[in-house]
Write a protein that binds this ligand. Structure first.
Ligand SMILES: Nc1ncnc2c1ncn2[C@@H]1O[C@H](COP(=O)(O)OP(=O)(O)OP(=O)(O)O)[C@@H](O)[C@H]1O
Ligand SMILES: [Mg+2]
Length: 364
């Protein structure tokens, strides 16, 4: 069970949309997902088609009442194929006051304790957080091993994000488990120069902590929330559905342990020897119809053993390829409409057996 908190104290940056759409994308891939709505605004509950006032039970009793942890199971509602929800309600906003007299530790581990009582039903637990770093968010961070920070690309306040990352860092020291943090650019409008620049800055700053995928502005995401269904069901071919499917694929490709290896030094690299991990590469082109990848890792058979996803980005199409590779150095080329080409986005190349240059990929 991978527990992922979706956190940012900034309002309206796409936390709830990410939680619900990612739940839809992961469920479409066959995973069982639990959405935990930790926001008193109950937007995730609404976006999954439930009216908070109509529900008999919600997370309040689980988090506040004595012995509430074991009641999580009875609060959970089945909302869609392979998606369950632990619903929220406005009463959750009283949590802070209600628990004021308790020890800090006891207050912040309520959700973690409740999740531990669940049978091993879920592959993913996605926790939607409110736009502040109060007790509800602390509970989410304490329960999670991974964090996704959605960042609006039309607005980038570096101070706010750094503060949030500091808070997460402090908390992971205190709770004794590491939180794997990744940043997801959202609300991206590629037509504006400002958005393109902001995306560049975000990538530059967060490097491998940034998802390769970007969530574009897509009005269908808003409509899906209004209709109370994830975008994967409401409009499966919309950009919003495609973008979140790509995020799901990135998540599936890198469980936390592998991210950990990527951010550590040579020791960890040595320890990883003999252990395969998934590597994501992307190819963009405006006119290509069919793009495959071939290299010494798949016997130069185009796309053999490779997971593939196609999306559109403005005028261009983007092919995302997921390769399963052990640490080492590999040569590869793209096959674009039958023509073998170097990777235009990769400056590293070496002459192949026929004298033509092959692109080089190092897997640490
Ligand atoms: N990629 C997108 N394209 C278009 N609209 C979007 C996109 N992502 C989110 N929205 C819309 O923007 C608004 C804010 O998004 P969302 O509710 O997901 O943000 P949030 O971070 O959860 O907000 P809050 O901090 O209030 O909880 C919503 O109306 C949502 O439908
Ligand atoms: Mg929200």
């Amino acid at each position: 069970m991978r527990v992922i908190a979706i956190v940012n104290q900034k309002g309206g940056c796409g936390k709830t949309t990410t939680t619900v759409s990612l739940a839809g994308a992961l469920a479409a891939d066959g995973h069982r997902v639990l959405v935990v709505d930790m926001d008193p605004q109950a937007h995730a509950t609404l976006a999954l088609g439930l009216e908070p006032d109509d529900l008999e039970a919600n997370l309040y009793e689980v988090l506040v009442e004595p012995g509430g942890a074991s009641r999580l199971d009875s609060v959970i509602v089945d909302v869609a194929d392979r998606i369950d929800l632990a619903p929220s309600s406005i009463v959750l906003s009283a949590l802070e006051q209600k628990l004021a007299s308790e020890r800090h530790d006891a207050r912040t581990e309520r959700l973690a304790a409740a999740l531990e009582t669940l049978p091993p039903l879920y592959d993913y637990v996605l926790i939607d957080c409110p736009p502040n770093v109060g007790l509800l968010t602390f509970n989410a961070l304490r329960a999670a091993r991974e964090v996704i920070v959605p960042l609006e690309t039309s607005f980038f306040a570096i101070d706010g994000v750094q503060k949030l990352l500091e808070t997460i860092g402090l908390l992971s020291d205190r709770i004794g488990h590491e939180l794997q943090v990744r940043v997801l650019p959202t609300l991206y409008d590629g037509r504006t120069r400002y958005a393109r620049q902001t995306l560049g800055e975000i990538r530059e700053l967060f490097k491998e902590l940034c998802f390769d995928s970007v969530i574009r502005l897509n009005v269908k995401l808003r409509e899906a929330a209004k209709h109370g269904v994830p975008i994967s069901r409401y409009a499966p071919s919309a950009n919003g559905a495609i973008d979140y499917a790509a995020v799901a694929m990135e998540l599936e490709a890198s469980p936390p342990e592998q991210q950990w290896l990527r951010t550590r030094g040579e020791d960890a690299v040595a320890a990883a020897a003999g252990r395969a991990r998934e590597v994501v590469v992307r190819f963009k082109d405006a006119s290509a119809g069919d793009v495959r990848i071939a290299g010494d890792f798949n016997g130069w058979v185009p796309d053999r053993g490779v997971k593939s996803l196609i999306a559109s980005e403005g005028q261009e199409r983007v092919w995302t390829k997921v390769l399963t590779l052990e640490p080492g150095t590999y040569q590869y080329r793209y096959v674009v409409d039958g023509e073998w080409r170097e990777d235009p986005s990769n400056p590293r190349s070496a002459p192949g057996p026929t004298g033509q240059p092959n692109s080089i990929l190092h897997v640490r």
